[in-house]
Write a protein that binds this ligand. Structure first.
Ligand code: TXA
Ligand code: MG
Length: 362
């Protein structure tokens, strides 16, 4: 792409193309694939969240992702593939004894593997690190787009930096209108939280850098020594440890995260809501369905799902944060929904959204 067409593309209006998520229509996929090959940006659904895609082998296109997201160049990007052969275009020294069983079990799906980067892959995909994160998504639109483009597609979540990830095309437009050439609108994503990021660069000690859609216990069945090792760093500590910043996924309102025994937690939330209301502030509540009657008249309530249905709570989390932001609340009170199984990923996102503000009522 010439500098001029890159300039025009950056400021051009975003085209929104409706695509059937089960049977993506070829015409719209071809339009989007052409834009990818030409160095442009396409937002598309995956089964986790929407991605902001560009040709993973084109360094200028990758720069456009960072600009559009207002993302600091210290946070590396995942490359998405449709076939296992593409893994070997991107990574070297692949530990096949680990990757083969993992790929057979979890790909296509919500698992991202961090491996050693092949030297011809532009270093800005991984902010100069000699590694690369690779995922094979399962969503038919993502797969069709990668196949039609003929290149691996680099895609971070399609939100501006530190905003909650986008789980609908509407969320993508809220953040990226006119900064992306095309949005493929395939409706809501199913999982709603991002993929599990598993670092295999040291095959002796596989590390989960970010819990997600593929669970710790599921990985343990294949990697008995896998460690859950997400870290929560302050903004000025992040340069050496990509993607581990504490402030992440935040709505505009301040979040307060409550933990502890259920009824003590709900009582503390009620008292805190009252304190904010007394100060004239608007309160939002991100809670389970069964919590609602305990917190009636404590603010704008956004129920996320039944208490023990972590799948539905996860699916609705980011949309719930965005909804309360649209209601212009000053503070959002939310709670621990449990930390095992999918709860590990949910807790990770809540903790980051709250920038570590946990009120533990033990
Ligand atoms: O589900 C997902 O993973 C979505 C969809 C679009 O695939 N993508 C996504 O991308 O969540 P992003 O950029 O928002 O998050 C990618 C995570 C970050 O925590 C980043 O630091 C980590 O993956 N990551 C990417 N490349 C890495 C690398 N080379 N080494 C370590 N971590 C890496
Ligand atoms: Mg993200």
């Amino acid at each position: 792409m010439s500098n001029w067409s890159a300039f025009v593309s950056y400021f051009a209006k975003t085209r929104i193309l409706q695509v059937n998520p089960n049977q993506p229509d070829d015409e719209n996929i071809q339009i989007a694939a052409h834009i990818i090959r030409d160095g442009g940006l396409v937002a598309f659904p995956t089964e986790t969240v929407y991605g902001l895609g560009a040709n993973a082998l084109d360094g200028d296109a990758l720069d456009r992702i960072y600009q559009a997201k207002e993302r600091p160049a210290s946070d590396p990007i995942i490359a998405h593939i449709a076939h296992i052969d593409q893994l070997h275009q991107l990574a070297i020294h692949v530990p096949l004894h680990l990757v083969t069983p993992l790929a057979e079990r979890f790909w296509p799906g919500a698992l991202t593997l961090v491996l050693h980067r092949a030297p011809h892959v532009p270093p800005n995909i991984a902010t100069g690190l000699n590694t690369i994160a690779v995922r094979m998504p399962a969503h038919p639109i993502a797969r069709a787009l990668i196949i039609a483009s003929g290149v691996p597609i680099a895609a971070p979540s399609a939100n501006t930096f530190t905003r909650p990830s986008a789980t609908t095309a509407q969320h993508v437009l809220e953040d990226l209108q006119d900064r992306v050439d095309v949005v493929l609108d395939g409706g809501e994503t199913t999982i709603g939280l991002e993929s599990t990021v598993l670092d295999l660069t040291n095959p002796q000690t596989p590390m989960i850098l970010r819990p997600g859609g593929v669970l710790l216990d599921e990985l343990r069945a294949i990697l008995p020594n896998v460690q859950l090792a997400p870290r929560y760093l302050k903004t000025d500590e992040v340069t050496s440890s990509p993607g581990q910043m504490l402030k992440h996924y935040s709505p505009r309102a301040k979040i307060k995260l409550f933990a502890g025994p259920l009824y003590s937690m709900l009582l503390a939330m009620k008292e805190t809501a009252q304190l904010h209301i007394n100060k004239g502030e608007k309160v939002g509540l991100l809670i389970a369905n069964e919590d609602c009657h305990h917190l009636a008249s404590c603010g704008i309530i956004q129920p996320l799902g039944k208490r023990d249905d972590l799948k539905t709570i996860s699916h609705n989390l980011f949309a719930g944060m965005r909804y309360l932001d649209s209601q212009k609340v000053d503070v959002i009170l939310t709670r621990d929904f449990g930390r095992s199984g999918l709860g590990a990923a949910l807790w990770d996102r809540l903790l980051r959204a709250a920038e570590g503000r946990v009120i533990d009522v033990q």
